[in-house]
Design a binder for this molecule. Structure first.
Ligand code: SAH
Length: 247
């Protein structure tokens, strides 16, 4: 079983059970360079090298129009800012869809549902996901109406493009796939997995500059340590993010 099913409210589980097929994420962008570093380092980079996930970045200009491979145009109505055109996006999405089925075609958008751990858990159970990054003023609305199955925001602020949001989403998903993190329990004990913030963490030395690690963590008693961690998690959540307890 996928380790996060146990932690997920039923509404977050679409697939009855986790299949061990390799996950695939396709990202469509006008700026592939922006995705290189976040996708090829750390846990996400290692997961690709280990063969746990395949991530493919596609340059929308492949279907750009004319000698300049144009992918954007002025907006009807005369608002300032360029809009990604429907045709290149349609062609790109159709090409990918002709090769395999997608569980979701996601558009990163500031007016989408705000990303949280539950959404990341849910998406980590999927097989193939496509992510479309907007740029400039955004994308022709017909793409959203006819081709997109889900819209996700990384928060109530506006960024210049969907690439950094797509990298955030991919990272949040990939680190949950079994095997991406060597010690799977370390992802299970992250913030939000059980609706609580994490307890404080420490490493050696036990004392620095007169600043001490709490005695209980040095006690070697797993039960006491666990109790302390649980208390801290609840206390920090109540103080810093009381809304999580209401949920
Ligand atoms: N005009 C749009 C913003 C365009 S920003 C509006 O007012 O809603 C350009 C692109 O950046 C968007 O198409 C989207 O893909 C991406 N983007 C910007 N902020 C984002 C956010 N908070 N979450 C996800 N994607 C975002």
């Amino acid at each position: 079983m996928h380790p996060f099913q146990a932690f997920m409210p039923a509404k977050h589980i679409f697939k009855a059970s986790y299949t061990s097929e390799k996950m695939r994420i396709d990202i469509i962008t006008v700026l592939p360079e922006l995705l290189e570093s976040p996708l090829n380092n750390s846990i996400v980079g290692r997961a690709q090298k280990k063969g746990i996930v395949e991530i493919h970045v596609h340059n929308l200009r492949k279907y750009g129009k004319g000698p300049r491979q144009q992918v954007d145009d002025y907006s009807y109505g005369g608002d300032a800012g360029m809009v990604l055109m429907v045709e290149p996006v349609y062609m790109m999405i159709q090409e990918l869809k002709s090769e395999r089925e997608y569980d979701e075609v996601i558009y990163m958008s500031p007016d989408g549902e705000i990303l949280n751990q539950g959404i990341a858990n849910e998406l980590s159970l999927k097989g193939n996901i496509m992510i479309l990054c907007g740029h400039y003023k955004g994308i022709d609305h017909r793409i959203r109406e006819h081709l997109i199955t889900r819209e996700i925001s990384v928060g109530d602020y506006v960024l210049s493009g969907g690439e950094i949001p797509a990298a955030i989403l991919a990272d949040a998903i990939v680190r949950l796939i079994p095997g991406a993190i060597t010690d799977e329990t370390s992802a299970l004990s992250d913030c939000f997995q059980d609706g609580l913030l994490s307890p404080p963490i420490y490493t050696r030395p036990a004392e620095f500059n007169g600043w001490k690690v709490p005695d209980v963590l040095l006690s070697g008693n797993p039960r006491l340590i666990r109790e302390w961690q649980d208390e801290q998690a609840v206390e920090r959540t109540r103080r810093l993010r009381p809304g999580l307890l209401d949920d």
